[in-house]
Design a protein around this ligand. Structure first.
Ligand code: DC
Length: 226
């Protein structure tokens, strides 16, 4: 049976995670949170005192680091680094910034390609990230690119961080998110950009539910419901 792939790319706070998890549940597909891989790598580098800017050392780590995604329910996935549950820790904004730094290295990106493609299993996969439609799954059946204004994205991230117990100001989050997105967009290797055939949706004025409904509508039109 063929594997159907939906890619969901865009900057942080565009609404990919919530919509992607919701879509995967509705379609009964697998879900890849590719950002978690870069976050895990950044955390591993920090723990092993590997300099984030040292491409060859971080690439070696990317080729060998011991990670696991415990397949509980979609959206409630447990993330393990060297056997330790780091599900909460990788969500911190300082880990996200470090993830964006290790993600700049071409060697790191190629070391992680196969790990990401292994998530593609029947009946299908919703792949969430920055280069899902452009590099990792170029033949995906449906490519979506979500955007939103910088203000809205920062405010969503701020709310998420507060819910997770990280006490930061909206101003600080805005600066970090803008810096991270600029780095993700301007890097040489697999920069954040929409795939040529991606459907682009600006979610600034949409609720999470509206974004999910819009994606479901598109999935129905494309015949992705069984
Ligand atoms: O999706 P996220 O916010 O968890 O991702 C954290 C960082 O990881 C993001 O700022 C850039 C990097 N990343 C990437 O370069 N490519 C991906 N496919 C996913 C994430």
């Amino acid at each position: 049976m063929s594997v159907r792939i939906i890619t969901l790319d865009g900057p942080s706070g565009a609404g990919k995670g919530t919509a992607g998890i919701g879509l995967a549940k509705k379609l009964n597909y697998y879900y890849l949170d590719s950002g978690a891989l870069y976050r895990l790598l950044a955390l591993a580098a920090q723990r092993h005192k590997v300099d984030l800017d040292n491409q060859s050392a971080v690439t070696t780590l990317a080729a060998h680091f011991d990670i696991d995604f415990k397949n509980t329910a979609i959206g409630a996935m447990q993330v393990l680094l060297e056997g330790e549950d780091v599900t909460r820790e990788i969500r911190m904004e300082h880990v996200a910034s470090a993830a964006s730094r290790v993600a700049m290295h071409a060697g790191v990106r190629s070391a992680l390609v196969d790990r990401q493609r292994l998530f593609a299993k029947s009946p299908g996969l919703v792949a969430d990230g920055r280069d899902m439609g452009t590099v990792i799954f170029p033949d995906a059946e449906l490519k979506i690119y979500l955007t939103a204004s910088s203000e809205v994205r920062a405010s969503r991230r701020h709310k998420q961080l507060l819910e997770k117990g990280e006490n930061v100001s909206l101003h600080a989050v805005r600066i970090q998110v803008d810096e991270r997105d600029e780095r993700d967009r301007s890097r040489k290797s697999s920069p954040l950009r929409p795939a040529a055939s991606a459907i682009q949706i600006d979610t600034s004025a949409m609720s999470a539910e509206e974004v999910l409904n819009k994606l479901l509508e598109i999935a129905v039109i494309r015949g992705l419901f069984h």
